[in-house]
Every structure is written in C-alpha cells, then in structure tokens.
Design a protein around this ligand. Structure first.
Ligand code: ME8
Length: 521
C-alpha cells in the first residue's frame, strides 16, 4: 500500500441511506463540505487538489424492506434513490470528486479486505449478540416498541462476529482529550460521555445472521454472516481514496457529520483505523439538525422540505445562501421559508445587487468604467471608513470560514456592503455626475472606484457560498480568473482603467427579488 502526499485536501460527508428520498438535511451536509472545499481553493495561492466524497449507504434491513414495499429488487431500488441524491448534488453545484455507493464492487472488496486485516490483527472473534435489531422507543404505556413499525420488540440471540473495541477505548479517549478533533468543541465532551457509556458494553458485534438480513456484504469465508452495516458504511471513507491498493490522500482533513452519528464517527471509526494502523482524521465537523416546526426533519415524521421544490422557488445560489446563512453548527435551526426569502431580498437583491446597479447605472457611470486608482484619495471620514472596513474584512471572513461559521462571514460581508450603500447614498453621486466642478468629478471617480473595489473583495469572499452569483459579479468587474483568491483581497489595487463587462442600458440582476407574503411559510 502506498500513500501519496501531494498538496491535497480530503473532505467527506456522511453517506446517506437510500430508504428515503433526499431532503434539505442531507443537502446541508454536502453543501457544507462543498463550501469548505471551495474555501480551500479561494484561500490558497496555488489550488490544492480537492477530494470531496459523498454518496449513498445502500445495505441493510431498512433498505431491503423499502425495496419489498416498492416491489422492486433492492439494487433497482438503490439505483433509483441514489440517482436522486446525485441529481440533487449536481443541481446545487456540489462539486464532489467521488460519488460512492456501498453497492459498488470496489467498496465491497475494500470492506472484505478490512475484515481480513482485522482478523490478521486478531481483533475479530466469534461471539453472540443479544438484543434488538431495530431502533426501539418506549410507547405511551411504557412498553418498548420498534420505532419504525410500532410493533412489539423481538429480542434475539444469535451467533455473531465481535470486534475487540475494548482494546481501543483508552487510546480513543486519549486522542479526544489531546487533539480535540471534534468541532464545535462541545462535541469532544459529548463523545467522551458516549465513550464511557459504550465502555460498559465492551466489544461490539460486527455481523448479522444472513438468514435475517441478506442485503449486505458477506463475511469473507462465512456465507452465514453479513457484515454490520455501520462497519460497511464507515469503510466508504477508505474506498474513496483507493484503499487498499494506492491511497491517494490520508488522513481526511475534515469529515462532516450530523450530531446523531457522532458515536459511530468518534468511537467506532477511530477504533477501526487504529486496528488498521492508519492515521485518524484531523477534524470531525459536527452539525445540528434542520427542524420544521421544532421537530427534526425526517421521513418518518413526514415534515421534510423537498430541495427540488425549493430550487424552483429560490434558485441554486438562493438555497445555498439561505442554508449557510443560518447557524446550524452549534444548534438546531427551524427551516422557515418566509425568513429565507427575507434574507435573499434584503441581502442578495437589495444590498449586493443594488450596490452594483447603482455604480453601473447610466446616471452615475454612463460609460461603465472601472477607473484606475485615483491619484489622490480624499480622506473624508466616509471614504476612510469604507477603506478600513474593506481592509479588515478578509481577516474577519477568514476567521469565520476557517471555523466553518459561514454565517458569520456572510454577516461581515453584508455589513460592509451595507456601509458602502450608505456611503454612496450620502455622497449623492447622481448630483456629482451633473456637476462641472473638477473636485466633484474627482469625488465621483473615487466613489466609483471604491465601490467597485468593495464589490470585488466581497465577490471574491462570497465565492464559496454563492459560486454562480460571485462568478457573474467578478466577470462583470473583469477580474482575472487567477486573481480571485484571498490574497487578492486587499483594497486599492492598481490597475489600468477598464470597461466593465456590461452593456450600456443593461440592467444587472445578480439575484431577482422574490415576492413574499406574510403567511408564505
Ligand atoms: O445516518 N438536519 O444516513 P442518513 C441536518 N447512512 N442534517 C441532516 C438531517 C437534518 N434534519 N437529516 C439528515 C446515516 N441529515 C448513515 C451514515 S456515514 C458512514 C453513514 C444529514 O441518511 C446529517 O449529516 O440518516 C446526518 O448525519 C446524515 O444526513 C444522516 O443521513
């Protein structure tokens, strides 16, 4: 096995169960990964090679049952739903480099290889599993029932293979304490609590009897057993980088997960990697849940928001903006379409769009020019303020984006754009344009130049969030493709006067205003 170490960045998302169609919760995890990956590109002078993996988790009883209900074969069922996920990612500009399906042949091989390796390390033994195969809840009378079907629980005892998780608890605890690999930081504490709970149970069962569950990957040399779906699923992160033959990048720089799968990623996953003598991920980024009316969005509750429906109303960049505009890392958040539309109107249309429209309008900038840097910059308090805000903005945004708090970055950008709108309003450029005084003309040039500089910087910093709107903006400003990085974000750059890529009289709409009504929720 070889591991190549070119300058690359590997980020993964969970792989999604295909027992239900995609909703915005799934979209969010992959969108977050895509935004982080795009930020790596904006942040670095030389573009790193990005590996962004996402995909679908296709084995297990739930999926077998869903296929029976749909009256098609499990594979046909998986093909159909997996394709919907892929389509969703494509339509929301999620630039994944690897789309993995756990039914892929190379994945099944990788899982069986891992099994053999763990056997060689003497980490797997035959034991028995006692418990319930389904997720259970208590009903109103206090009886334990199966969550999905509401049927009484059937407790089972069967022969299984066990994994020696016991051997790893201490090392995992050490890892969490020393490295704080989970972000937001509070999840390190939670992972330690979960670890202490699990420790009481000792080793874990990692196979199921094939007579109860046939839709899965068989244990090598034992056709009576199927590999536990979570072991199968976690190994996807190895399959995507070419394990076991040639690993193109290891360890992952960042792995995105929803908070409900913390235990699997903070405990089982590092244990497996330790068993394989592989390095542990550098960071696990955990996010909260999208709720609808204070309930977690999920198929079983029936309160899911359909991303395709939203796409037709808000467009790709509109949905991206709304989802990233909300703080969902440290907490859960309600999805509220009315609020989202208000953000879009107030920020993308009225603040960003409006500023560009003003500075390119016929009455202010009739020849549609991006002036060269004026030789003297009047140091009035308003110009100094805009210049200072633009100087400070890149670092503010970098700090926010580096901590995956994209909403903080967006707020900082909008603050500056709003301030710039106020500056324009205050300077009354439509009057300056009519004046014949040299002083007024200079002031107008400064205003146009500063406003376009401000838009250029904001456009660069918005690239990870709204890639197509920022591309449109930077193209209009005629910014070189290789001058769109964080390092190009300093204000007052020198360049020759140039024409904006916009026709006279053309109205620019970076984002169409949306009509909203009060009860449109
Ligand atoms: O757990 N809000 O798959 P899954 C935010 N196959 N994110 C949400 C969400 C919500 N309401 N609902 C789902 C599985 N997600 C396993 C994972 S990984 C090796 C195997 C996101 O289809 C969130 O990232 O239930 C969550 O962890 C993931 O989808 C779970 O998707």
């Amino acid at each position: 096995m070889t591991i190549s170490r070119a300058a690359s960045y590997f980020i993964s998302t969970p792989i999604y169960y295909v027992n239900s169609k995609p909703h915005i919760g799934h979209l969010y995890s992959s969108l977050l990964a895509d935004t982080i990956a795009r930020w790596q590109i904006v942040k670095h002078r030389t573009t790193p090679r990005i590996i962004l993996s996402t995909g679908t988790d296709e084995h297990g009883l739930k999926i077998e049952r869903a296929a029976i209900t749909a009256q098609i074969s499990p594979l046909e069922f998986c093909n159909q739903v997996s394709e919907k996920f892929r389509k969703m990612f494509d339509q929301f500009s999620i630039k994944y480099t690897n789309y993995i399906r756990t039914t892929d042949k190379n994945h099944c091989q990788a899982v069986q290889y891992v099994w053999q390796e763990l056997l060689k390390q003497n980490l797997i033994y035959k034991g028995s599993y006692e418990g319930c195969k389904d997720q259970v809840v208590k009903d109103e009378s206090g009886q334990t029932i199966i969550k999905e079907s509401n049927r009484p629980v059937e407790w089972t005892k069967e022969k299984n293979y066990m994994f020696k998780l016991n051997q790893f608890y201490e090392r995992i605890e050490q890892w969490i304490q020393d490295k704080n690999p989970l972000y937001p930081i509070k999840y390190n504490k939670l992972a330690l609590i979960q670890l202490h709970e699990l420790k009481k149970q000792g080793d874990i069962s990692i196979s199921r009897e094939a007579k109860r569950l046939s839709w899965g990957i068989q244990v090598p040399n034992d056709s009576s057993q199927i590999i536990y779906v979570w072991i199968d699923a976690l190994i996807n992160y190895l399959t995507v980088i070419g394990y076991p033959d040639h690993i193109s990048h290891w360890p992952p720089n960042c792995q995105i997960i929803g908070k409900e799968i913390l235990r699997f990623h903070a405990i089982y996953w590092p244990a497996l990697l330790m068993g394989l003598n592989l390095e542990l991920p550098q960071q696990l980024v955990v996010h909260g849940h999208w709720l609808k009316d204070d309930k977690k969005m999920s198929k079983s509750v029936g309160n899911v928001i359909d991303p395709f429906d939203l796409l037709s109303k808000l467009q790709c960049d509109g949905v991206r903006y709304c989802l990233l505009r909300e703080d969902i890392l440290s907490q859960d958040a309600n999805f509220n379409e009315y609020k989202m539309k208000k953000y879009l109107n107030a920020e993308l249309a009225n603040t960003l769009g409006n500023l560009l429209n003003r500075v390119t309008s016929l009455s202010i900038n009739p020849s549609c020019i991006y002036p060269s840097r004026p030789s003297s910059m009047f140091s009035s308090s308003s110009t100094t303020d805009i210049i200072n805000q633009c100087i400070n903005l890149p670092l503010r945004v970098k700090t926010a984006y580096d901590s995956y708090e994209f909403y903080h970055g967006i707020i900082a950008i909008m603050d500056v754009l709003r301030a710039c709108n106020t500056y324009v309003q205050h300077e009354q450029p439509w009057l300056l344009a009519k004046s014949t005084l040299e002083y007024d003309q200079q002031r107008l040039q400064i205003l146009i130049y500063l406003t376009l500089e401000c838009l250029r910087i904001c456009g660069i910093l918005l690239q990870p969030i709204v890639p197509s709107i920022s591309k449109q903006l930077l193209d209009i400003l005629d910014i070189d493709l290789n001058k769109r990085t964080l390092h190009d974000c300093h204000i007052l750059i020198e360049h020759n006067e140039k024409k904006l890529n916009i026709m006279k009289n053309e109205r620019i709409s970076l984002y169409q205003r949306l009509s909203i009504v009060e009860n449109d929720v």
